[in-house]
Every structure is written in C-alpha cells, then in structure tokens.
Ligand binder design. Structure first.
Ligand code: AMP
Length: 478
C-alpha cells in the first residue's frame, strides 16, 4: 500500500515524500480513509505507531479549503483542536502539523502551561486554524476569552487514556461544552479501559474503530527482559548494563521525582552523563534536557511517567524500568518509547523483591512472561530466591505481603493544571537529603557528567544538581 492510494492531496503527498516515508503504517492505512470521509474514529494505537500522522494528514486535507495567506485574523479562525495530556506531546504534535502541512497555508499554534501566556495570546489574536493544547492552559485562554472555539469542526483527543489517568476529564468536558456539536471527533488511546470506552461513547458519533495492535499490547519489535535484583543493587546493575552493553541512549523510568533526581545524580557520579526530567522541572529545563538527550550529549534520561509521556525520540534503542510502574498500562506506555515506527528496541526491567506483584500485573496484561536475565555479580540475595520458586509456580506463603502498598505516596503528582494553582507536593521523603530545599550552583548537564574529580559540594545538595535553579514554581501537568 502506498500513500497515494489513501486519497491524500498532492501537497500532503509531497510533505510525506519530503519526510522519506515510503508507505503508511498500519494505523495510517486504517485511520486516514474514514477520517477523510468525515467519520468519527476511535483508534487504539500507541505512541510510535505513526498515529500522529494518521490524524494530522487527513485533518490538514479536510481543512485545506480554509487555507489562505491573508493577514486578517478574521480569515484565520480555529477550525481544529487537538488536545494532548502533556506539554511535550503538544509541542511534538504541533511540529508534525507544521511538517506535514508545510505546503498548505494553514496556521497552527500550540498552547500549554508552565510558560508565559502572553506570547500565546498574541499568536491566537493573529489567528490560527489549528490549535494544539493541553487542557489546563486552554481553559485559561477560554476564561480570559483569548481564544474562540466556536468554529471548531475537527477535534482530536490524543492519548486519551493518559488524559483520564491525569484527571483531565472535568477539564475535557468543560472544553467540549463550548465546541460546536456539529463536528468530526477522533480519539486516540494506547490502552482500552471501561473509562475510555465510556468517554468514546460520550463524545464520538458512530465511530469507526481502528485497532492496529492487540488491545493493551506492546509493539512486537520490542524485546523484553527482566533482571531480578536486590533493590539496593539496582543502581550498580544499571551502571553495569549501560557500560557493558555500551548503551548510548537510554531512557530510564523511575516512579518518583525524588527517585529520578537521585538516580540521575548517582549515574553522573559514576561518570555517565545523565539528566532527570519530571514535572518539577520548568518547561525550559525539560526541553533542554530532552534536546541534550536527543543530541547524544546526555546518555541517560531519567524520567517519570508524566514527563515522558509522548516523548518522540527517534531510534531510541533502550528503555529501562528502574522501578516497575504501579499500573501495568504504564509499562505499555513506557516501553512505547522504543521500537518506534517499526525499529527494534529493548525494554529492560529491574525487579526488586517487593515488585513481584507489579511484574505479575504486567505479564497478565501482556499475556506473556517477560524473559528473565541474570548478571553473575548481581545475583539475588537469599531473600529473593523465593522468587525463583514463585516463578516456577510454588509461591511461598504470604509473598504478596511484601508488596509496597504505600508506594503511591511518592508517585509523581498528576493533578492537571496549567499554572493556575501551585503544584501539590508529593509526600516528603523520610530522608532529609531529598526533601530539604536545594540551592544548586547551576552547572550544565555536561559539566555535571564530566565532573571529575567529584565536586566538593556538600553531600546533601544533590537532588536537582543537573538543572539550573528553578526561578519560579511551574505547573505540573500539561
Ligand atoms: P507517532 O506514533 O506519531 O509518535 O510517530 C512515531 C514516529 O514514526 C515519528 O518519528 C514519525 O516521524 C514516524 N513515522 C510516522 N509515519 C511514518 C511512516 N509512514 N513511515 C516511517 N516513519 C513514520
């Protein structure tokens, strides 16, 4: 199948050719035709499948009639709205809109929280046809009447499952209530849950269902591996794996902001250039960390789920779950960052004794057992040997009691907001090292990674060493 069979306009085919794409991905082949026909679509497709182009290309085609080069704002009304859960994803989607729409005179803008609203207001006043937004900041604009959505005829909810996870449902409902009822709506979600089905029922009309992979499945080109390891040996094992396998670009997931900071610091201490990215970082800091990672200046990006959502890093070969995620769907999302667009990738999980239940849940969702690996020097402690018995089907009495029920206390706060309220702090660590305020000397990421001999900074000033001082409190969502 080629793109020209899908009925796309020459300007779009040209943009696709400019990108070097030779054929549509499965989700593109299935979603583009019904969207071009004006139908609502519910698509189960995760990041990395080419889903962004699958809605952006037909959207541009359907809006082509509004293309014009007039300087009058009245000639540039918002016709399409794309909602995304995170700032990073919003920025990436707008980039795709620009890339695929470069031969069509339609304007686009992106609005998200954590940055000054004034330039966004200016851009909106000048007029745009396509608006990509995170819900919180869009509501700010609606409240301030700096955006008019009365002409929206095309709506996309991207990564809808994540938006629900992050508690955006009330915001989404408020936004939908100001859109014209007569419109085409699309919903993309990596995973299907009853909530997602409910949402689809609420706002899609007779949707065409597009499913490119088994429900809640992972991309087939991902190789999975799980190491059973003592919790306190995880960091050394991680360093060992990165070094021994000469991993050049690794995305590592931690469940908490504190954990991400601590791990990035420790990796840098081991001489591995690393940066942490999570919702306590300003947008500028997150963008910088991501750019340095993409350029290869930072070898390891340690991320929390919220910050990593939607990250598009081409040819990312390794995703490592330093902590197993609290929900198995998050495993699917996390490893969706590797093996994108048909490339192969490796998903490695480091499982400590008290994460047994999480692995069980992941395997149940994936419907297969993750292959187990061991490194000689990181054999499990006697306490973990029961795991082997368990995996062979002889679960020792009371095993599940080891599960940490209170781990959510330190999970990243996912409350959606866009700067209207200060972020709620996660529970403080018992260790003052990670909870007391920090005044960093603000070295660059590279400075830190190259710091040898180790800086003589007081031992406890570590939590945010990788990034410049936070000038002002930023919002935590979008
Ligand atoms: P997405 O799932 O939208 O995040 O896209 C994942 C990656 O696939 C992006 O880097 C796209 O540039 C790339 N991509 C999208 N469509 C195609 C295609 N038809 N052929 C090759 N790569 C593609």
């Amino acid at each position: 199948m080629s793109f020209s069979n899908l009925g796309l306009a020459p300007e779009l085919l040209q943009a696709i050719a400019d990108q070097g794409y030779t054929e549509p991905t499965p989700v593109q082949a299935k979603a583009i035709p019904p969207i071009l026909l004006g139908q609502d679509v519910m698509a189960a497709a995760q990041t990395g499948t080419g889903k962004t182009a699958s809605f952006t290309l037909p959207m541009l085609q359907r809006l082509k009639e509004f293309a014009n080069n007039s300087v009058s704002p009245a000639r540039h009304q918002v016709r399409a709205l794309i909602l995304t859960p995170t700032r990073e994803l919003a920025a990436q989607v707008q980039q795709s809109v620009k890339t695929y729409g470069k031969h069509i005179a339609l304007r686009s803008a992106v609005v998200y929280g954590g940055i000054n609203i004034d330039p966004q207001i200016k851009e909106l006043r000048a007029g745009v046809e396509i608006l990509v937004a995170t819900p919180g900041r869009l509501l700010d604009h609606l409240q301030q009447k700096t955006v008019n959505l009365s002409q929206v005829q095309f709506l996309v909810l991207d990564e809808a499952d994540r938006m629900l996870d992050m508690g955006f449902l009330p915001d989404i409902k408020r936004i939908l209530s100001v859109l014209p009822a007569q419109r085409q709506s699309l919903m993309f979600s990596a995973t299907y849950s009853d909530d997602i089905r409910g949402l689809a029922k609420q706002f899609l009309k007779n949707p065409v269902n597009v499913e490119v992979a088994r429900r809640n499945s992972t991309v087939e080109t991902v190789t999975h591996l799980v190491y059973h390891v003592d919790a306190n040996a995880k960091r050394d094992l991680l360093t060992h794996l990165i070094r021994s396998r000469d991993m050049r670009q690794v995305l590592v997931f931690c469940n908490t902001k504190i954990g991400a900071n601590r791990l990035a610091y420790k990796l840098a201490k081991d001489g591995i250039a690393a940066a942490a990215i999570h919702s306590d970082r300003t947008q500028g800091e997150r963008t910088q960390a991501l750019a340095e990672f993409k350029e290869g200046r930072t070898r390891v990006l340690v991320a929390t789920d919220v910050a990593a959502r939607g990250l598009d890093i081409e040819q990312l070969p390794f995703v490592i779950n330093f902590d197993l995620p609290g929900s198995p769907e998050d495993y699917v999302h996390r490893i969706g960052r590797t093996a994108r667009a048909g490339l192969s990738g490796e998903a490695i999980a480091l499982m400590a004794d008290d994460e047994r239940d999480k692995l069980d849940a992941i395997e149940k969702l994936l419907k297969f057992k993750l292959p187990v690996a061991e490194v000689e020097d990181f054999k499990r402690s006697p306490a973990l040997r029961g795991e082997a018995r368990h995996r062979e089907g002889r679960r020792p009495e009371g095993r599940r009691e080891h599960g940490r029920r209170d781990e959510n206390r330190h999970r990243e706060d996912r409350r959606p907001d866009s700067g209207r309220n200060p972020p709620a702090r996660s529970a403080q660590s018992a260790d003052p090292l990670f909870s007391k305020p920090y005044n960093p000397p603000a070295p660059t990421l590279t400075d830190v990674a190259n710091a040898a001999p180790r800086p003589q900074a007081p031992k406890k000033q570590v939590a945010a060493l990788f990034l410049p001082p936070v000038a002002e409190k930023q919002d935590i969502s979008s």
